[in-house]
Design a protein around this ligand. Sequence first.
Ligand code: ACO
Length: 460
Amino acid sequence: MNTLEALFKPRSIAVVGASRQPGKIGYEILRNLKEYGYGGRIYPVNPQAKEILGLKAYPSISSIPDSVDMVVVSVPAHMVPDVIEEAGRKGVKVAVVISSGFKEIGRHDLEEEIVLRARKYGMRILGPNIFGVVYTPARINASFGPKDVIPGHIAFITQSGALGIALMGMTIVEKIGVSTIISIGNKSDIDDADLLEYLAGDEATKVILIYLEGVKDGKRFIEVARKVSTSKPVIVIKAGKTEVGAKAVASHTGSLAGNVLIYSTVFKQTGILEARSVEEAFDWARTFSYSPEYRDGDLVVVTNGGGAGVLVTDTLSMNGVQLSPPPETLVNALKPKLPGFASLGNPIDVTGMISNEGYVDAVMSALLDDKVGIVLAVYCQTAVTDPTIIAGELIKRIKELGGLPKPLIASFIGGEEVYWAIQKLNNAGIPAFPMPERAASSVAALINYSRIRKRLLRNA
Ligand code: ACO
């Protein structure tokens, strides 16, 4: 087992500083690990305890009778170097150091110390100053974030702890499935490039999302990101873009936020998709994680609302995607079924008088047209339609096809029924959003990534 694999597929995990007291970080990590269903061996380490959460506790790492692949360290910073030394001697492959009190408060010496000690033994360090790591395929939740993380295909790497924990909670509420959530904090050893490299080969991960404050080794990050982007989309949300923001970054994780323009240029060159907000980053990630790959073919927008159609046209254009007239085959198929005042341009406006069946038929016709490569379905709630019926019928018809043959992204706009329709669509693996701009920006991300990937492969 290579050392990074030990972070995702350890056969055993020791929690050093596993507390006996509910509410303390060391207790909550142990509880998450146990209750989320990790199948390997778990060893609480605490010199004061005999047993915690029904698990036999050990006074030290060296007293554990078996081999240990990963340790999660939750003791005060000054004790961490000794724990690392002992873990190294034991043959531990990776240490997840939760403790704060290192580089972020100026204790560069203490941080260097733990890295030097780990290196002696070929052990890797994640952190310090982190909330932990989650890997859903192995049912590992070694974090003090929320427990019931939903399995899925998004890898989320975050340099911010508290924001990361909060977003972990958001993924649960929004039903966004993740393969992994990794808090990297001070990045004393394992950094974004290491994780990108590993996750490129991780079968459970379809898309990688990074909340980034600063990069440690720019040259390596560029090399790795460019390579990984040829196989999986990498989305970055870069914090510290303004002068004051950059100052905040320095006191947060001790990173250099760097020049905004340089970062944006590097992202473009390496094929990284730069999101403008956390919401956009997760919208894109959800879309990539659900959708079949967009290769080529026309983009067709089907809407029953002219205004919503204009908004998505604007958003697509602002994101570098222009609409062209729909394929003739599709126009010919739809013309006899639509009112005379329907617009058969792109967006195709099926008008506000369309019925449930009429709307579903139009979307399905677009989806099944050979010249169409991607469909954006924009629906506005009207009194003559029912969004839950439309969502249910779309899901049924797509199931009958054996799944989505090409990307279909939906925006359902309206009241309470629309909320439930969106949930239904997302649960069925059709990315759906309450606002047209969010759906359009996600469509543009799919198309732009396909262009980027082709360019990177051509230049490889
Ligand atoms: N080996 C193992 N366990 C030990 C040892 C030892 N050598 N010595 C003591 N312990 C036990 C303690 O007895 C205690 O268990 P108990 O509660 O049953 O008595 C347990 O280890 C923890 O030790 P404490 O001294 O009580 O430490 P505490 O839990 O208060 O704090 C912590 C430790 C959480 C690592 C703290 O120092 C810290 O760094 N907190 C910040 C963590 C953080 O925020 N990280 C960034 C996350 S991201 C974000 O911003 C959310």
